[in-house]
Design a protein around this ligand. Structure first.
Ligand code: FES
Length: 568
């Protein structure tokens, strides 16, 4: 019996009202004849350009649901747009996950197809679906077509380069304005291997979308075909009672982490995967990311670490082709939403462009994209994307130049009197989960103008912030505990020596332990930024980066409700 029959199958006044109210939308008795109700959670919004086409995708899903004998009902969710939301969409990821979870829980939904695209909309949906644990699958919106400016292919990553070129005087403001109009040429999410593309690949590697679906461009008709197929498949999942907990196993997360390294994906995925795992009851310590990094080769040549973009990745064979290269590293017997195992999903996958997807025995790098650092500056860990860093800076010692917060950074960074050189280590404090708050993507600290003018394009940068998946540079991120809760980062002062030793996975503040302890004794927290509302909840309950920045009270699952009597 379907869960929705508790609403629509009743012969009492509640059943009468449930059916009558749905009929006001123009549906007939046909929809109540033993069809599972398929919710389509839609993060469509004109404020989230990356998701602005998702109503069309929903139409395709509905076709599939009807074909398979289901009853589709689309519902809106909160939408998180990376570009427009301030101070950061990350502040609202957990709120959106609650919206998804509770909407599913409260309504007669037997299964759900989640439509997402922009960075946070993907993990928020997965977190909500994991906690409510009804059959679910996701269709992501797909990447934008590659950008093209004059005769040059451009992607979101180039925005950072172009901005630095302009600040360094090598590009005009008019030229930059021209790029604005053509860096994204279609609907969809950012087309480089930024956070949205990474998360789409994570959804596929976890087994929560159809094989091959992650990389299909948003504007490609095959994305709509995949959506229609997903509509049929969710009915199958409901009928077989296959739930997220059957798919999101520890082994599935290990597959996703392998893929994260092989695609050289965004550092943000570390936080989101840990948060999703926490909802489904899978223990995913930060250390596993480093363990699996050491023997996972980097195979996908996409910006910001490499040269190509998602459209090229799709034409080269997409994620199944890449995963087929590392079958020896994957758990192949894990079930996926296709109803098949990972092994079965990969059978026909092949690489058709070796410039984009390298062979297993000829990788772009023998180890993975991300590393986890430890040391007296980050006892609970920090993350660095070595494939987006400058190789010679991976072993480096320099003098700290400290910015107490983002405002100070922007006030001073281009000051000609700033005492900084190419060997310095820029340090940003108060940019973590509680400090900013919301852990914005400030970790890609701007290079001071005076260094840019000398052609210096990268120096070591440290913070408790995140970094956009589209950015690049030698940026140590997610330092934990963060400075705003009195982590050792709070003790760093301008002039201290800091050593980055990626080979040994160490980050060291070269100051005596006693002196660090003394400085931390003198440290005082800043007054809370929010005294009411959602921000207040956030400050009181957000966890640190190594726990996925989820709220402490949201981890785990709780059972779905069945309808109880409302009337009479
Ligand atoms: Fe939405 Fe990049 S801004 S994916």
């Amino acid at each position: 019996m379907y869960r929705s029959e508790n609403w629509f199958g009743r012969r009492d006044v509640d059943g009468f009202l449930h059916r009558a109210w749905v009929k006001t939308e123009g549906f007939t008795d046909e929809v109540f004849k033993g069809r599972p109700v398929i919710g389509i959670s839609n993060s469509w919004s004109e404020l989230t350009n990356c998701n602005a086409h998702l109503r069309l995708v929903a139409d395709a899903v509905k076709r599939g649901v009807w074909q398979a004998g289901g009853f589709p009902l689309e519902f809106p969710t909160m939408s998180l747009g990376e570009a427009l939301m301030k101070p950061t969409a990350m502040l609202y990821r957990n709120l959106m996950s609650m919206d998804v979870e509770e909407t599913i829980r409260a309504n007669p939904i037997d299964g759900v197809v989640m439509l997402a695209g922009c960075d946070k909309t993907v993990p928020a949906n997965l977190m909500g679906a994991a906690s409510v644990n009804v059959p679910a699958l996701m269709i992501t919106g797909g990447p934008m077509l590659n950008g093209r400016w004059r005769n040059r292919e451009v992607g979101v990553t180039d925005c950072w380069k172009i901005n630095e070129e302009m600040r360094g005087g090598r590009m005009t403001e008019e030229e930059m304005q021209e790029v604005e109009s053509c860096v994204g040429r279609s609907a969809g999410h950012c087309m480089v291997m930024g956070t949205a593309s990474t998360m789409a690949c994570m959804v596929e590697a976890l087994g929560m979308t159809l094989p091959g679906a992650a990389a299909i461009p948003a504007a490609d008709s095959r994305r709509y075909q995949a959506a229609e197929t997903a509509g049929r498949q969710i009915v199958e999942l409901v009928n077989r009672n296959i739930r997220p907990s059957d798919i999101l196993t520890r082994k599935a997360f290990e597959n996703a982490i392998r893929v994260l390294h092989a695609i050289s994906g965004s550092t943000n995925a570390v936080i989101h995967l840990i948060a999703i795992a926490g909802r489904i009851g899978v223990d995913l310590p930060l250390s596993i990311f480093d363990d699996l990094s050491r023997d996972t080769p980097w195979l996908v040549n996409l910006k910001p670490a490499g040269r190509f973009m998602m459209e090229d990745f799709y034409y080269a064979g997409g994620l199944p082709a890449m995963m087929n290269e590392i079958t020896d590293l994957l758990h192949l017997d894990e079930l996926t939403v296709s109803g098949k195992t990972v092994r079965e999903n990969l059978i026909d996958a092949e690489v058709v462009n070796r410039e984009v997807i390298a062979a297993r025995n000829q990788p772009f790098r023998a180890d993975g994209g991300l590393v986890v650092l430890r040391g007296n500056l980050c006892p609970n860990g920090a993350v660095l994307k070595q494939t987006a860093a400058t190789e010679r800076l991976l072993q480096h010692e320099g003098r700290a130049i400290v910015f107490e917060d983002f405002e100070e950074l922007h006030r001073r960074v281009d000051d000609p009197d700033l005492d900084i050189d190419e060997d310095s280590v820029m340090v940003l404090k108060n940019a973590g989960p509680k400090g900013a708050p919301g852990m914005p993507e400030w970790g890609h600290l701007p290079i001071p103008k005076k260094l840019l003018a000398r052609g210096v394009m990268d120096i070591v940068r440290l913070s408790d912030a995140r970094m956009s998946g589209t950015a690049y540079g030698t940026a140590v991120l997610h330092i934990s505990p963060e400075s705003a809760v009195g982590g050792p980062l709070a003790a760093v002062r301008t002039g201290d020596r800091i050593e980055l030793d990626v080979r040994n996975r160490r980050l060291t503040l070269k100051v005596e332990d006693r002196e660090i302890a003394r400085r931390l004794e003198d440290w005082r927290p800043r007054p809370p930024k929010y005294k009411r509302g959602y921000g207040h909840i956030f400050l009181n309950h957000v966890l640190q980066a190594e726990d996925g920045c989820d709220f402490d009270f949201l981890r785990g699952q709780s059972a779905v409700e069945t309808a109880t009597q409302t009337y009479g």
